[in-house]
Design a protein around this ligand. Sequence first.
Ligand code: SAH
Length: 363
Amino acid sequence: MEVYSAKDEYLGTGHYQKGSIMVRIFSFEKVVPGVSFWKSKIQKAFDYRKSIGLTDDANTNVYRLVYGEGDGLPGLIIDYYNGTAVIQAHSIGMYRERNHLVEALKEIYGTKLKAVYDKSKESLGASGTKVPPESEGESELKNSYLFASDHEKQVLENGLRFHIDWEEGQKTGFFIDQRENRKLVAQYAAGRKVLDCFCYAGGFSAYALKAGATQVHSVDSSKTAIKLTDTNIGLNFGKDARQTSFDADAFDFLGSHSSEYDMMIVDPPAFAKHRDARHQAVMGYRRLNALAIKGIKPGGIILTFSCSQVVDKYLFHGAITAAAIETGRSIRIVKYLSQPADHPISIYHPEGEYLKGMVLYVE
Ligand code: SAH
């Protein structure tokens, strides 16, 4: 729909949807969106990534191609997994454009594009959205291939191999946003005993093993995640006696085992999805990190994260400080971490910032 001011001046064109954000503007010039319009927007997103070296190369063939407002495409996420594009619509308007988006992707990638999978069921369903019935039968929201079908599910990230399950896995299949932070693990992991809490597909664990960790314990409360971790460790290292996976609650595990490690990765799911859950979330980060800080061996390193958009970096910093004070241990801040450049933040949309982390050195 087009949006006009009270003085009847044209303001922009976007998708309308009842809710806290009524209109998601995707153009400030009059347009009738179709394949060529979406193609030009997605091409810009691709060119941006290519120009800073983030599209695929010999060592990495997985990246986020479109990150919503950060790419001027509110309501749309597209992740690229070694030839398969996984689309996630966060608004009904964008969902209805899915076939145009597929055509646009085909034009941009040519034969490199092997398949397109739509994973909008979770993103549209999560907000309680009912998709109104249309002739296309949109009332039945189902994840499905929009182009071709099941294709190679193995990707390369910084030379490591990962099996990605976009059909059954969480989000679009992989937490691409931790790529740079996973790489950073390599800098600290040699010779250390590492605990990877909330390991999901075993990303941090694999990087730690490759970097020469003497032991890696990977913990997740989801059986599917543990299976994925085992698959991915196997893909890269075969049977590696240094690594063990634990299907366990990370809070419980930390409570009873944290003194065994001199490096920890603490990467929980978003504790707060809405502002009203912020307080609980902050208390959660404090409790979790106090457990980690209390137990870690002297000289240990903790990489701790929050992906809750409503807990900003200052609030997260406060929660970590409170956790540190609770333990009384001496801590240096080695580094602040954030999301990578394929999850860009538009300067006009600071809300796009969600991932933050800290590297702590605990004496
Ligand atoms: N570090 C991962 C991403 C973590 S996503 C990566 O780099 O890919 C968060 C993970 O936490 C999910 O796999 C989820 O199953 C797991 N999880 C959620 N609650 C948990 C809990 N209480 N204890 C352990 N794992 C939990």
